[in-house]
Design a protein around this ligand. Sequence first.
Ligand code: PLP
Length: 456
Amino acid sequence: MSNPGVVDQSAVGQTSYSNHVNPQWARLLTLLQMNTNYVDCRQEKLHTSDGRTILDFLSGYCVHNIGHNHHQVIAELHAELDRNGPAMLQSHVAATAGELAEKLCSRAGGRLNKVYFANSGSEGVETAIKFARAATGRNGLLAARGAFHGLTCGALALMDHGFWSDGFGPMLPGVEFVGFGDIGGLENHLATRKFAALILEPIQGEAGIVLPPENYLERAQELCRKYGTLFVLDEVQTGLGRTGRFLASHHFRLDPDMVILAKALSGGLVPVGGVLMSDAIYDSVYHSLRRAIVHTSTYSENGLAMRAGLAAVEVLESEGLAERALIQGGEFRARLAETLAPYEMVDEVRGIGHFSGIAFRPPKSLRLRLSYEAFHRIHPAMFGQIIVMRLYRDHGILTQICGNNFMVLKAAPPLNVSDESLEAFLRAIADVLEAVHSSKRFWQDALELAGRALKV
Ligand SMILES: Cc1ncc(COP(=O)(O)O)c(C=O)c1O
């Protein structure tokens, strides 16, 4: 019950957010019944002010690999603040950046021996674009259809999905797209020798948790070498243990020229990004004293991000979270596939480590098809979004559909998720899909939601 004498700060903040930040986001969350006041977040458990516990199966889009608010990262951050050191001078050699870079390069392996630190994944992608051009003297950039690389201008240009770029053009010139997995198309493009880099997510995230066809990445790397194009992997979502290895590229024994990391690198507490690259690429940019700071950013290498990065990598390793994700994620997907097998709208359960997707397909039976098609006409994301809403509202499970493939639901919990929470997810998704396949209520809910969407 609310106390009439006490000002509810979260309500005040909500109003201020709507007035001064992003009112449409607040409205959308309210419409989906997901506008919640979270008061205490640990591991995969998000406790709310109204006494609920939500299980996080999104991890902030693969940020919280070591779980929310890991005590070890928090302790290291407290200690860093208490040191009163040079958090960010831009006039000194940041030793913690050196330590973190060394750790990342030794874990990543291959030719990756230098790191440029950034503040986000997008900024990392921008860096990779600039450095690839500098290193090769070429302008062209090749990306995969369906990719997601971030929303700054350069990163956005590497995405063919018009939703993200409409109205923000013109895009960066020189960008072309190939199908993810299409080796013939890739060779045709690379053979023109105009591309500085091929930039790929090793496992596409927002395209729908798409695993590469067998030997595709190995072959793509070989072709890049043959035609003088740099092989660049965006591991912003797949890196840092998410897929069961330190990098997803380790599953395929690749030796990329650059790897972009961000998200989970700081344990979810401080913005950070990093581009790992070969000495040759680094030297092509910083080749003389005159160019020592030719590419930089105010907060890159800042003390808190670097300290959080060191602590997060330490936790990942000391708790064996990548290995855990590989085994536990595989078992979870097997259970998921078995549980969802009876439902005609489930096409496939796929993924690796704790990077899983449930792919839906349009129904064949007439009874379901009519409702589904009505939904789809309202909005192509409507079906998936109602599943997300029901998982959240009725079962306390937070997840999302993929940004470039609305027919795939993600399951990407923190890598230290408990078996009980995985069981809760299995029960919840089975219950929701049972409703999809057997109850008119599911489809009526959606139509009501559409009605409310038109009113708000
Ligand atoms: C694969 C990939 N690359 C890049 C980005 C952009 O990262 P950021 O949002 O930190 O700019 C994202 C964000 O979701 C991503 O998934």
